[in-house]
Design a binder for this molecule. Structure first.
Ligand code: C2E
Ligand code: MG
Ligand code: MG
Ligand code: MG
Length: 283
């Protein structure tokens, strides 16, 4: 240990080190405070059917609305939150808020779409995920079939036996299960059939150059085909152009998400899209 600390053992006085360490300590204490003071909010991104062009789902994406830092994107605080274990509390806040909000929307006449929530590896490994989801559904009254949990390949591959049990229990309740960022991890589709999944989301990395890179196109098409063989619905992530959408639709992709249709937006925006009548009546 003394070795790692460097020769003098007073690393904290190294200027660049202390600046970084300080920044981290500040961010960490602000994160703790953010949880206490309820500074996390959700934005929602529509998931659209390729066949009908209709919205069939919403993905809840967390944002940290910090008094000191402004609106902070997940990439700036989730890695630290994972490292220090705060991600579990954040995910808990997100599931509860997404279900509460969705129940309100449905009661207000929103078409029956699915609410998708991201689950971190740590959250998943905790035995309580099942209990947490059960409790939130009970508290909010959201029917389980309107909740979808997005898991990453890493989560699925980690602890197979218990993972399968947990997924089966969630599935048994009627909750939908999706694999997120597919293609960025190391899973194979044959392995995937062990998990009771409903949806596969192809990572944006493959979609980005789908119309210009033959490799990306080939990987995406093979993924769609094999996913369908396993009876999974396929969502393409990060669709930004009409050309990408046409390519995907032509090749049987079921749904898409991306800036082409809509960026993640605050709840008021979703309410405006689905709940308010058009402002001018053409009749
Ligand atoms: P993800 O679940 O794969 O979410 C998709 C990300 O792509 C979102 O970034 C979204 O804003 C972005 N995106 C959507 N359409 C487009 C597009 O057309 N072009 C581009 N360039 N980007 C697009 P965001 O919101 O920054 O979230 C990043 C990641 O952080 C998420 O990736 C997810 O892994 C994680 N995350 C977000 N919210 C939560 C949460 O509540 N809990 C957990 N555990 N993770 C979360
Ligand atoms: Mg996701
Ligand atoms: Mg993703
Ligand atoms: Mg991602």
């Amino acid at each position: 240990q003394a070795k790692e600390q460097g020769r003098n053992g007073y690393q904290i006085y190294d200027e660049s080190m202390s600046a970084k360490a300080l920044e981290r300590i500040i961010l960490e204490s602000r994160l703790h405070k953010a949880i206490k003071e309820g500074e996390f909010i959700l934005h929602y991104q529509p998931q659209v059917s390729n066949a009908t062009g209709e919205v069939v789902g919403l993905e809840a994406l967390v944002r940290w609305n910090s008094r000191e830092l402004g609106m902070v994107e997940p990439s700036r605080f989730l890695p630290l939150a994972e490292e220090i274990g705060l991600i579990i509390q954040i995910d808990q806040i997100v599931i509860a808020e997404a279900c509460r909000q969705h129940k309100l929307w449905m009661d207000a006449g929103m078409p029956p779409v699915v609410m998708a929530v991201n689950i971190s590896g740590q959250q998943f490994m905790k035995n309580e995920l099942l209990d947490a989801v059960t409790a939130v559904l009970k508290e909010t009254g959201l029917p389980p079939e309107f909740l979808e949990l997005e898991l990453t390949e890493g989560v699925l591959m980690a602890h197979t036996e218990r993972t399968v049990k947990t997924l089966q229990a969630l599935k048994g309740m009627g909750v939908r299960l999706a694999i997120d960022d597919f293609g960025t991890g190391f899973s194979s589709l044959s392995y995937l059939k062990r998990f009771p999944l409903d949806v596969l989301k192809i990572d944006r990395a493959f979609i980005k150059d789908i119309t210009t890179e033959a490799d990306d196109a080939a990987i995406t098409l093979a993924t769609i085909e094999m996913a369908h063989t396993l009876k999974l619905l396929v969502i393409a992530e990060g669709v930004e152009t009409r050309a990408q959408l046409e390519f995907l639709t032509d090749h049987g992709c079921d749904m898409y998400q991306g800036y082409l249709f809509c960026k993640p937006v605050p709840p008021e925006e979703i309410a405006r899209m689905f709940l308010l009548p058009p402002s001018s009546d053409p009749a």
